[in-house]
Design a protein around this ligand. Structure first.
Ligand code: URA
Length: 260
């Protein structure tokens, strides 16, 4: 057992440990073990199937310690031009932007279009992701959008009552707020905030299309209790705070920055 660590975690195969921590595929780990590149508590371990205690044993690969992290949670301000995927042949992915990641199995919780910016949670916690994305839970998502075209006068009421998309799909009631600031230099359209409770494909863009308008800029500001940290520039990320995570897991009410 490594110095200063306490035991007690469920045993885990060495190859699974190293694969989860992004050190390589199972076959690469097996090969590394055969070549004597892996040590457990200082001793060379040639069997990738050996069971270890992930919280107590010290594992090294080529002399570098590979620490075990069970769960990771990052808030990313997704930039435009990056895809919400784990792998992509053509574009950078949101997971690749998390350069401090420890694990090899992180994924984005939900998808933002390639040209959408803003809040994206990146984690390996499948249970939390399911909770946030489940269509039954109706987690609120708020977007800032810029719109081209004239919004109908009754747009707020129509969204509040629930509109039907152009292909006939009905969507749940949504809250539309018109931003007081008029078009700025370089900005063509009206700025609005829209809170939706579903996550249909291109939902925000399609909702405005149904009213005869076009979204020219879209940024997600919040998802459930989690709000985008406005100190994060597009492409920047940070780990969630303990409080943010606690709130998300308990699906509690929104936390304002001043409460944190
Ligand atoms: N709605 C959209 O149309 N696009 C997004 O990226 C997110 C919500």
């Amino acid at each position: 057992m490594a110095k200063g660590k306490t035991g007690g975690s469920a045993p885990m195969r060495l190859d699974r440990y190293l694969t989860e921590m992004g050190a390589g595929s199972r076959s690469q780990i097996k090969d590394a073990a055969r070549k004597g590149r892996i040590r457990v508590n200082g001793a060379v371990e040639k069997s990738a199937e050996r069971k270890i205690d992930p919280t107590a044993d010290t594992v090294t690969l080529d002399g570098q310690t590979v620490s075990y992290v069970r769960m990771e949670y990052y808030m990313l301000n997704k930039p435009q031009g990056v895809v919400s995927a784990t792998e992509d042949g053509r574009h950078r992915t949101v997971v690749e932007l998390i350069s401090d990641r420890k694990r090899g199995d992180l994924f984005p919780v939900g998808r933002l279009d390639i040209d959408t910016e803003g809040l994206l949670l990146i984690t390996n916690d499948g249970e939390l992701a399911h909770r946030l994305l489940s269509p039954k839970r109706h987690v609120d998502k708020t977007y800032l959008a810029e719109i081209e075209g004239d919004l109908p006068r009754d747009a707020v009421r129509r969204f509040a009552e629930g509109i039907v998309l152009e292909d006939g799909t009905p969507v749940m009631p949504a809250e539309l707020k018109l931003c007081a600031d008029g078009p700025e230099e370089g900005r063509a359209g009206q700025r609005v905030l829209l809170t939706i409770r579903e996550g249909k494909f291109h939902q925000v863009k399609r909702m405005f299309e149904a009213l005869g308008c076009r979204v020219t800029y879209l940024k997600r500001l919040s998802m459930g209790s989690l709000s985008l940290d406005d100190s994060l520039k597009p492409g920047e990320y940070r780990p969630l705070t303990g409080r943010e995570l606690e709130r998300l897991k308990s699906s509690g009410p929104a936390v304002s920055e001043t409460e944190m």
